[in-house]
Write a protein that binds this ligand. Structure first.
Ligand code: ATP
Length: 468
């Protein structure tokens, strides 16, 4: 006899408990029912659940409390929250706290079933085994890359929209693919779309599809990108380039989870996870009125920042040697080595084009070198000032990346982590010139020193860097 998966349903309204139980039973899932946070805690001690569905307002606490409790003590159990109709704020808070997904009331049974199926996927080998330590698509052993891999692993288990920021060529698309491939949607399509590359008059039909004859040139029914990505992931690359009119339509689709192809009268339900990226500073685009605040809020539930290549220490050499190995194998030649001076040159060059530029540099060097050794002159690295290198990065006063693991901490901890990430960013952008960093942050040198001390980042030196 095979055992059915077991779900925990937490709601203080008997009718809703019953509706959810019947729906899940029909999917061959057994249920335990709880009316309160404390009853849920007791059941969680006794059983191992494949899934938890919880209401937000419970007599002795909130659904968020339960999400945090499960994240901490039973991280293998995906938890989804049931939110009041239209209360997106609550859903966003729940996703940030680690909820895997949400359904809004009145519960639409089709959505509920999809959500439950995705949750159960997480427990299967297919939903877990994809995340290998050394995925050749995201090479690197530096601390920021190890941290990034850990974040990707966590995000892969969630359905939350993720906004990926980072300079050009840092690997934003690579990261989007990994979030998809390491999660329960892996077997479904991953559809990348470059929002800047679609002519604006074709955009609606590209995203939502069209009916034959709905406009000149529409000679056949066409499926849009949303439907193509059904049950999978849509990756909106260069999302800042979407025209404002399209932003409104996209927001509606994300909120309603339905599309209406051009020329169609009916809405078609779609289940798509949205990932987005741009090398621009999206918060600044919002401030300038070029990107809608409400859409920003919806796609930026969780933000991941990809470090620039120059922030990854020895990874530069590791990546360089790996790429040289791949290229040499492709070209059927012996792999040349980098001499010490060439390694030094690579390490001190700021790589404004990041990993893509490193790949191009090595390809060129391989053509220019004598076959055995790559010397600095074969790399042909340009003189680049650091300001140029950082030109593509968000301005220092943008909203810092949210660390999903810090979401459960106190407000004080959260504010400290925001402060720390902004200070580190300013320091990084000024190559640890504290005077310049203080100026960027709009504070005095003394005040920055005080904060560095408080955050344990002070190196003890007292000199104003402008004097040195
Ligand atoms: N850590 C890494 N290990 C191996 N290859 C990488 C890594 N990061 C990026 N790459 C490679 O670098 C190239 C650029 O990556 P990708 O296209 O994901 O960058 P991007 O940030 O999306 O760039 P853009 O801003 O131009 O869209 C790709 O060929 C990708 O495979």
């Amino acid at each position: 006899m095979t055992m059915n998966p077991l779900a925990l349903i937490v709601d203080d309204e008997p009718d809703i408990r019953e509706l959810l139980e019947i729906t899940l039973n029909r999917m061959q899932i057994d249920c335990c029912l709880a009316e309160s946070v404390s009853q849920a805690h007791a059941l969680l001690e006794k059983h191992r659940f494949a899934l938890c569905l919880t209401d937000m307002n419970l007599p002795d606490g909130s659904g968020i409390d339960l999400v945090q409790h499960i994240q901490k003590h039973h991280p293998q159990t995906p938890v989804a929250v049931i939110t009041a109709y239209g209360s997106m704020e609550t859903a966003v808070i729940a996703l940030k706290a680690g909820a895997f997904d949400f359904v809004s009331k009145p519960v639409e049974l089709g959505h509920l079933r999809e959500l439950v199926r995705s949750a159960l996927q997480l427990a299967t080998p297919a939903g877990q085994a994809n995340a290998t330590e050394e995925d050749a698509r995201l090479l690197g052993q530096s601390a920021p890359i190890r941290e990034l891999k850990e974040t990707i692993r966590k995000l892969a288990r969630s359905q939350a929209p993720v906004y990926i920021s980072g300079e050009s060529g840092t690997g934003k698309e690579v990261v989007a693919r990994l979030i998809h491939d390491w999660g329960p949607r892996a077997a479904k399509p991953f559809i990348p779309v470059n929002c800047g590359a679609i002519p604006s008059e074709l955009m609606e039909s590209e995203f939502f599809g069209h009916k034959k004859g709905s406009f000149t040139g529409a000679t056949e029914d066409k499926q849009g990108l949303f439907q193509a990505a059904h049950e999978g992931t849509l990756f909106l690359d260069e999302v800042a380039d979407l025209p404002l009119a399209m932003q409104v339509k996209l927001l509606r689709t994300i909120q309603e989870k339905t599309v209406r192809p051009v020329g169609h009268s009916k809405e078609i339900p779609v289940n798509v996870r949205i990932l987005s990226a741009t090398h621009k500073d999206l918060a600044a685009e919002v401030a300038a009125g070029r990107f809608r605040q409400d859409l920003f809020y919806r796609i930026n539930v969780i933000q991941v920042r990809i470090p620039a290549l120059r922030e990854r220490g020895n990874d530069i050499i590791y990546l360089a040697e790996t790429f040289l190995g791949r290229l040499s194998a492709d070209w059927g030649i012996r792999q040349p080595s980098l001499n010490a001076a060439a390694k030094e040159a690579l390490k001190s060059y700021p790589f404004p084009g990041n990993v893509r530029e490193l790949q191009n540099t090595l390809e060129r060097a391989l053509t220019l070198c004598d076959g055995n050794t790559i010397l600095p002159e074969h790399l042909q690295l340009q003189e680049v000032s650091h300001d140029d290198a950082a030109a593509g990065t968000p301005t220092p006063l943008s909203v810092p990346a949210l660390d999903p693991s810090a979401a459960g901490n106190s407000l004080e901890d959260y504010l400290m982590s925001v402060e720390k990430s902004m200070i580190l960013k300013a320091l990084d952008e000024t190559r640890w010139n504290r005077t310049a960093a203080a100026r960027k942050l709009g504070m005095t040198f003394r005040s920055l020193r005080y904060r560095l001390k408080k955050l344990g980042l002070d190196d003890g030196s007292d000199t104003d860097d402008s004097e040195s």
